[in-house]
Design a protein around this ligand. Sequence first.
Ligand SMILES: *[C@@H]1O[C@H](CO)[C@@H](O)[C@H](O)[C@H]1NC(C)=O
Ligand SMILES: *[C@@H]1O[C@H](CO)[C@@H](O)[C@H](O)[C@H]1NC(C)=O
Ligand SMILES: *[C@@H]1O[C@H](CO)[C@@H](O)[C@H](O)[C@H]1NC(C)=O
Ligand SMILES: *[C@@H]1O[C@H](CO)[C@@H](O)[C@H](O)[C@H]1NC(C)=O
Length: 280
Amino acid sequence: MFGKIVFFIAFRFICVQSDSVKPQLKIIGGDSVRNRSDFPYQVSLRLKGSHFCGGAIIDHSFIITAAHCCFNDQEKPWTLKYLNVVAGDLNIRNHLTNTSTRGVKKVFWHSDYHSKEIENDIAIWEVSSPFVWTKHIQPIAIANESVKSNTLCNVSGWGVTQYERNTIENTLQFIEIPVNSKSSCRKIYPEVDYLHVLCAGSPGKDSCQGDSGGPLVCKGHLTGIVSYGINCGIFPGIYTDVYHYRSWIRSKVRMSLGSKLNTNLTLIISILIFSIVLNL
Ligand SMILES: *[C@@H]1O[C@H](CO)[C@@H](O)[C@H](O)[C@H]1NC(C)=O
Ligand SMILES: *[C@@H]1O[C@H](CO)[C@@H](O)[C@H](O)[C@H]1NC(C)=O
Ligand SMILES: *[C@@H]1O[C@H](CO)[C@@H](O)[C@H](O)[C@H]1NC(C)=O
Ligand SMILES: *[C@@H]1O[C@H](CO)[C@@H](O)[C@H](O)[C@H]1NC(C)=O
């Protein structure tokens, strides 16, 4: 689908091979976050304890990430018991203070996610127990309008800081990048459907491997999800357009809350029927 450029296209996640997590390529040209409460929605997704993708808290029990962060390189979904979501940490190697770790109860990836064409690269994870809000752990609102080109946004993550360097960064990084116009993006990624994605970045400023699933935040709203790009820091990167998926997001979060409600309701009704029967 990507013709000549297919060679260089890469998801911005860390290559996880069987049991070992091998970090590939992080925010390029960014700064270390000094005050974690500036990015309280950012989470680190862990596989057997190792960081491999980013994400953003959208509700007490739900985070949003990329669909490609849900699968291994054989395109099988990760076993839930190996996954964790860590909120509130600034340094991923020294994350004992101000952090909350949760297991993963359920993973919802978009049913039309296609890994070859990289379409509908969006997923929602339900965590095992709700996050408690602190200064360092807070949800972010979903985009409430479509973003205009040239809007400055922040992308953040623990990905690689240099394309060729194979180590992930310890301290959360962020960078301000502009959303690019669709016409300028089309020159670089001609076959992409710009109804579903945004492209953002400027020379030397980009997200990179290890940042996948992480948040692009514009005017205080979650606007994009780090998806893929050609190398890092040379061309803009591609982000899932969150505004386009707002009703899908709401339906998943509501659906899951709904199923909890139904379980409780069923229980109450059963008890009621049981006690009526006993009384008879
Ligand atoms: C960090 O940011 C929060 C809110 O954004 C602010 O209240 C606090 O004073 C900041 N802390 C430092 C050390 O700058
Ligand atoms: C933990 O939070 C306190 C205040 O809430 C802050 O002063 C401290 O720097 C934080 N520690 C880390 C490692 O972020
Ligand atoms: C989106 O929210 C911002 C404030 O967070 C508000 O200023 C803006 O008018 C809202 N846009 C729409 C279309 O509701
Ligand atoms: C990006 O984050 C930094 C640090 O919190 C902040 O000073 C800046 O205003 C943010 N930029 C945008 C576009 O939100």
